[in-house]
Design a protein around this ligand. Structure first.
Ligand code: CO8
Length: 263
């Protein structure tokens, strides 16, 4: 499918989705959400893609939230449908079996922060700003922010952000563990790609099993989480990559994982 509101490319096993409405600071309207869902379906069905990177076009924004000009026209039922659509797309993003990095290059507000929160981790440029400003519009976050933010940064920090609508700088976001790294704007994609390529060269089964174990384990008690890890570990032992990885170690050579870039 041809995309108009996102840019989509694949390089060296890494897929890149760029939100591409820079004049509206990449705000999310229904058409953009539909395109994003399509692209995620494509990625889900392509076994050669190892990692996904999300970023925003232009220098000002990752995504400045849901498109307020569209939002303002909704009645409660339309708002419910739009929120459900957002949850569907962002749920799909979180459920991808491959690692996903958000490369946040400017404003990540409202739905933009909520997309970043559904990624496996976030790299931010020094000019990144994070916030859930819906309270300033007489609303609350509607794409998962009230749920994912407290799970990542803790209940009280999340409440402060949601109740005040204040934006965090990249430095603040790093301090509370919302982002993993802060880099100069001009190096953001390069640094993100470096990490993406490190992951892309790992065993496919083990990478997926690791993501599955962490994500599933976070939503259950420790004992159940450990059972999930045991089963996922056993699955990796059955893979050709485990055989290759352990053999390569014993033979004192780099592992050549099947289906990986270094194959
Ligand atoms: N929607 C639509 N247009 C936007 C948005 C947005 N979220 N953000 C910016 N724009 C547009 C502006 O209207 C402006 O357009 P124009 O040039 O035609 O006037 C252009 O982008 C540039 O913006 P500014 O001139 O405002 O740029 P500034 O640098 O002065 O300010 C800000 C940048 C601070 C980011 C400012 O634009 C802003 O506050 N934007 C709104 C941020 C916001 O409130 N986001 C949350 C939206 S609500 C949401 O995300 C809820 C998600 C769940 C929804 C569930 C629905 C049911």
């Amino acid at each position: 499918m041809a995309y108009e509101l996102i840019l989509y490319k694949i390089e060296n096993g890494v897929a890149y989705i760029t939100f591409n409405r820079p004049k509206a600071l990449n705000a999310l309207n229904s058409d953009l959400l539909n395109e994003l869902l399509k692209a995620l379906d494509e990625i889900d069905g392509d076994e050669n893609i190892r990692v996904l990177v999300l970023t925003g076009a232009g220098e000002k924004a990752f995504v400045a939230g849901a498109d307020i000009s569209e939002l303002a026209t909704f009645n409660a039922l339309q708002a419910k449908k739009f929120s459900e659509k957002g949850h569907q797309v962002i749920g799909k993003l979180q459920a991808l079996s491959i690692p996903v990095i958000a490369a946040v290059n400017g404003f990540a507000l409202g739905g933009g922060s909520e997309i970043a929160l559904a990624c496996d981790f976030i790299y931010a440029s020094e000019n990144a700003r994070f916030g859930l400003p819906e309270i300033n519009l007489g609303l609350i976050p509607g794409f998962g922010g009230t749920q994912r933010l407290p799970r990542l940064v803790g209940k009280n920090r999340a409440k402060e952000m949601i109740f005040t609508g204040k934006m965090l700088t990249a430095k603040d976001a790093l301090e509370i563990g919302l982002v993993n790294r802060v880099v100069a704007p001009e190096t953001l994609l390069e640094e993100t790609t470096k990490t993406a390529l490190v992951m892309a060269a790992k065993g496919k089964v083990s990478l997926r099993a690791a993501k599955y174990a962490v994500n599933k384990g976070m939503d259950v008690d420790l004992e159940t989480g450990c059972r999930i890890e045991i089963d996922a570990f056993a699955l990796t032992m059955a893979s050709a990559d485990a055989k290759e990885g352990t053999t390569a170690f014993l033979e004192k050579r780099p592992a050549q994982f099947k289906g990986c870039l270094n194959e």
